[in-house]
Design a protein around this ligand. Structure first.
Ligand code: 0O2
Length: 221
């Protein structure tokens, strides 16, 4: 009976998932607009790349089991807020906050939660800013308010996280302690690199501002 329930739930989930796909499409469009506008207006685009994914029905069900939520669509809809996930990779730490502010200021986006693992990294060294947002999806007969998880990180943070993620799955979550230590050290190196790059970025901006100021001065008679 339990297996039948899981199968029925899985079928309904396929339809349920469509709303999340539409929500992803909407947020992807928003990010694309920001990206193109940055390029035109600033000649500098802080968004390096964007990826998105829908959580598979299998991993939604296993998360619901693991967290002890009821196996109903409404319980899943309310409690699992990373079914639609978007990851934005940018160049500098300051860009993370710039992008985060821009998304939050859009009228149809409701910010539900911010997890700032850049200011408060996880013990293993994981850094990123996670926003749980909610956006309206207009269907033919209703408006659904859908949760989307937006992860914003630098290239260095992304490099570290993708390797750590692979290792985590390879060892089924039980990373040997020596490797764990090395990963935490690597996270620290990535942090130092981000800080160094931010400093250089600031210096370049100052030089640019100075040159713009100089060239705006009237010619000496
Ligand atoms: P995937 O394959 O990227 O979707 P949860 O961890 O989901 O039970 P919560 O509070 O929702 O609980 O998690 P949180 O802290 O917001 O982080 C969820 C997602 O952030 C993960 O999704 C990862 O994408 C990323 N993440 C968080 N911590 C780490 C980490 O230590 N290392 C790496 N590489 N990624 C991390 P999923 O579903 O685990 O994976």
């Amino acid at each position: 009976k339990e297996l039948d329930n899981v199968k029925n739930l899985k079928d309904s989930l396929v339809r349920f998932m469509m709303t999340y796909k539409f929500a992803l499409d909407e947020v992807n469009t928003k990010i694309n607009i920001l990206k193109q506008e940055f390029q035109y207006a600033d000649d500098y685009n802080p968004i390096e790349h964007v990826t998105s994914r829908l959580k598979s029905p299998e991993s939604i069900i296993s998360k619901a089991y693991r967290k002890g939520f009821g196996l109903t669509l409404s319980a899943i809809k309310e409690n699992i807020r990373d079914i639609a996930g978007i990851r934005i990779t940018c160049s500098f730490i300051s860009d993370i906050y710039k992008i985060s502010r821009m998304l939050q200021s859009q009228k149809d986006i409701t910010l539900i939660e911010t997890k700032d693992y850049v200011k408060n990294p996880k013990p293993n060294g994981y850094r990123s800013v996670h926003l749980i947002i909610q956006i309206p999806v207009f269907m033919s007969d209703r408006v659904d308010h859908v949760f989307v998880e937006v992860q914003i990180r630098t290239i260095a943070m992304d490099f570290w996280a993708s390797l750590e993620h692979k290792i985590y799955y390879k060892y089924d979550g039980e990373i040997p302690s020596e490797l764990k230590e090395e990963l935490t050290e690597a996270a620290f190196t990535a942090l130092k690199l981000d800080e160094k790059m931010e400093k250089i970025h600031d210096q370049v901006n100052k030089i640019k501002e100075h040159n713009q100021f100089e060239s705006s001065l009237p010619f000496d008679g």
